[in-house]
Design a protein around this ligand. Sequence first.
Ligand code: ADP
Ligand code: MG
Length: 715
Amino acid sequence: MDLNSTVEKEFRITERQKKALHNLGLKKIGDLLFYFPSRYENFSERKNIIDLQQNDKTTVYGKITDLKNERARFKKLHYTQAVISDFTGNIKAVWFRQPYIANILKIGDKVALTGKITSGKNGLYLANPSYEKISSYENLGEGGSLLAVYPETRGITSLWIRSAIRRISKGYPWNIPKGSPWIDDPIPEKILKKYHLPSLKSSLLFIHAPQKENDAEVARKRFAFEEIFFIQLARLKEKNEFKNHDSFNIKISQKELDNFISIFPFTLTNAQQKSIGHVINDFSKNSPMSRLLEGDVGSGKTAVAVVATYAIVKNGFQVAYMAPTEILAQQHFQSFINYFSQLRLTTKIGLITSSECKKYPSKVKINEATHISKSQLLKWTANGEIPILIGTHSLIQKNVKFKNLAFVIIDEQHRFGTRQRAQLVHQPATLTNKRGRLPHLLSMTATPIPRTLALTIYGDLDLSLLDETPPGRKKIMTVVVPPNQRDRAYEQIRQEINDGRQAYIICPRIDEPDPEKLNALNVKAVKAEAKILQEKIFSEFKIEILHGKLKPKEKEKILEDFRANKIQILVSTSVIEVGIDVPNATMIVIEGADRFGLAQLHQLRGRVMRSTYQPYCFIFTDSKSSKTKERLDALVKTKNGFELAEYDLQFRGAGELGGTKQWGVSDLGMEALKNIKMVEAARLEAQNLLNQDPELKKSPLVREKLSRNNIIHFE
Ligand code: ADP
Ligand code: MG
């Protein structure tokens, strides 16, 4: 078997299995070999059925000796009941509302059932266990006493993957087939030795078929190191290459800056001033800036972006400002107008989104923006007449060309993929300008992430921290409201609104759930909730709804009215999570809080921490799980996003932070991020390697892997 051969060529699989494998990203034989277990079942801790006790959480191995679908008389509840036997005894297993199980499992099948041993009227039973058919008892323990359990999907079981791996490696002893470059170890030997990491081949054996816990651990450590090392390497290399370009030399005097800043309705915080200093200093160099401005929600990142923009415009160049949503692009467009209009400068500002284009100032009314056609806007951008262009993803369409783009700002940068960010910086129009200059880059983010993750995924960016909130802000009061105190919370909101404030109410869904779908019940929906609140609770106030399915025009109008306090209560989905800034809104109610991640909850409450009024966050949940309680407690206690992120990583596991989907780091890599020493070691080695050999000419395997993966990922 060649590792480059396809799975369907080497294995007899059904169409459904093929699809399932593709969904898991498993196409080639080599992919299977690099598909790692998510956990191990300790086979040596297996109990015989006779020894099972109430509340054991365990896996029961045995043969199905009875199986039938039943229906409880009074509730019409479907359930499937099986009897599992081993040589010591029998135990029942019961599955509720999963009648298809009787089609999957058959009497005589050997199975492994994992679940909790529960005590019922007729003795012990397993309630809703997860199940896996096993072909024979012997197979189970083949790699030792630990059984690899893989992330499964419909159609592909752990059992299938285990036996596939066994066939690929030709059983024991391992004999991994060839197929370059899969099993050429990309980590230089010196590094492996220095950190006592096993070779690639041993690690593959250890991770799929460990003899003892430690084997698996060491192998996981190696792969985690490898992943972090290559991400770092990729980012550092990108940084070197980026810095090797020329950029735009921007000159501006302190006096000019001070004059501009003096029109702001507030004094800048020290952190804002320091960050502006970093940016202006970077601007004065010949190589392009690549800087991350990281600051908790409400710390005032936009003001920093505005001052930097001013410096660029003063020098006669162009600025592009990209935001992840239309609402946010609109909002920034408006704030830029507010700042620049006070200068009585004739600076033109453009807005481009997929639904509309605007230009400020309008010819007729000097203080307003007007709609213009896209072609007109593109023309003015290309000939340099519009120096500031704000927009969504529309900014990176091919037909958007700048005359002399010198500065790119990316807001909520974690919302964009690496490629999208690169696209804006490497605008073809910019590359073709004299001497291949690249624009300066300022990325902004409020998503608090742990230090190790920042070091890894933002390795190519210099960091400016806004670790200080504007003065006079009060600490948010976060309250988890028990159901019987809902009315009291509403009364408090009423009082605050009567005092002039406004409120957001966040629901997890837009529409009422489909009653057919079981797990969708009991989650509040925007439309229904707004109706109830308007009719029964807050009839004296104007209530509106906001969600992702509204047309951009409708959203814009609603936000405008909310900003003008024509609307007192905005019932919304989490679309308002990123960036919306309405300082007078000081209350946020979050329904179904267990539906949101901690970081997201923190972002949500960040919406109301933007003025000197006392902000409130009222949290509701129906979940009684201790996990939910623990998380919400952390939210109540921790006011700072960075602490919360560290908490998430250490105590709740990396999963909560998003993993592969959000950061391009696998779950295994995320685990490694708990270990600052490992992350620092990987960074050090990556730096050393690049210092000695910037083009990686002496490390062809490293180079090859970097170019193959571009962005590294193991899943
Ligand atoms: P974020 O960092 O979350 O993007 P924004 O830039 O939206 O925050 O700023 C939040 C709010 O704080 C805005 O209303 C802004 O005008 C205000 N603000 C920014 N800087 C200051 C400051 N130094 N003093 C007072 N208010 C400020
Ligand atoms: Mg912002």
